[in-house]
Design a binder for this molecule. Structure first.
Ligand SMILES: [Zn+2]
Length: 288
């Protein structure tokens, strides 16, 4: 028995929506997903999106929907918290989608959504405690316990933990809030600020990658010691350099043999993680 779900991924530059058939296996989209640019008028943008998705085959039979959104998100109210993205601060995303779609809907962060997709169908399948981290223009982290994304006062922001400094690193850090937190030392903007070039243009043997590997190992050690994950899934643009093996070794070195080293793996879904995550959230909505 498979249900039709809508998945919506709201990202910093584009919003993607699709309809998929979801049964026991991974989602199968029924038509090419709709992609619209993220504009400064989110209400009007949703109008355009729904005009198109309502013309997609299967729309009338949709049973539930999931939204994976860029953060930070007020998950209690379903609205976007203050953000530099014009027009989005305070936008009541969940209520605005509900106004256009009368089915059960779950909203979560894009990282929690991606982590949930990996837990249901991918690299973290069935783990009782799993961590999903995306390392790209920022570092976002999701913690899943028995397949449920952990929320608290807000939601975990593991990318902003403080880490020990690399002995050869005098860079002050690129995080606007903390300077040299893990994100401020490791994400894309930090690589560009420290080396004067974007990560994409640096060769594989550039010393930047050794530093990224070093910091991620230290950061993951803090996370592993705190929540004891059975698996850590690392996605995002920086990780497309296939650094997983080296990060795993760096993590083992940082843990010093005190606890077992959790496996550090690549995500199954990669760039499709956001939409797959939104379908996974729709599954949660349908089962409530
Ligand atoms: Zn920070």
């Amino acid at each position: 028995m498979a249900d039709l779900f809508i998945g919506i991924e709201t990202g910093g530059t584009k919003v993607v929506a699709g309809i998929a058939r979801v049964g026991s296996g991974q989602p199968e989209v029924v038509a090419p997903p709709i992609v619209v640019p993220t504009t400064a008028e989110p209400g009007r943008m949703l109008d355009g999106l729904f005009e198109r998705i309502s013309a997609t085959p299967g729309f009338a039979e949709v049973a539930a929907a999931g939204i994976g959104s860029f953060g930070p998100v007020d998950l209690e109210r379903g609205s976007i918290l203050p953000t530099p993205k014009p027009g989005w601060s305070g936008f009541p995303l969940l209520a605005e989608v509900r106004r256009r779609l009368d089915v059960p809907i779950v909203l979560d962060t894009d990282v929690n959504a991606a982590g949930l997709a990996e837990w249901r169908w991918g690299a973290a399948r069935g783990a009782s405690v799993a961590v999903y981290l995306t390392v790209g223009t920022g570092i976002g982290g999701g913690l899943l316990v028995d397949g449920v994304p952990v929320h608290g006062l807000l939601h975990p922001e593991m990318g902003h933990i403080e880490v020990a400094r690399h002995p050869a690193d005098a860079f002050e850090g690129a995080c606007g809030a903390h300077g040299g937190c893990l994100e401020g030392l490791t994400a894309g903007p930090a690589i560009r600020a420290r080396w004067g070039e974007s990560g994409e243009s640096l060769p594989d043997d550039h010393p930047a990658w050794e530093m990224v590997v070093w910091y991620l190992g230290r950061g993951l050690a803090q996370i592993a010691l705190t929540v004891s994950p059975e698996v850590i899934v690392l996605g995002g643009g920086v990780m497309t350099r296939s650094l997983h093996g080296r990060v795993g070794e760096s993590l083992a070195a940082a843990l010093g043999g005190y606890v077992p080293t959790p496996p550090v793996t690549a995500p199954r879904f990669g760039s499709r993680a956001g939409l797959m995550g939104a379908f996974a959230l729709a599954g949660m909505a349908a089962s409530r």
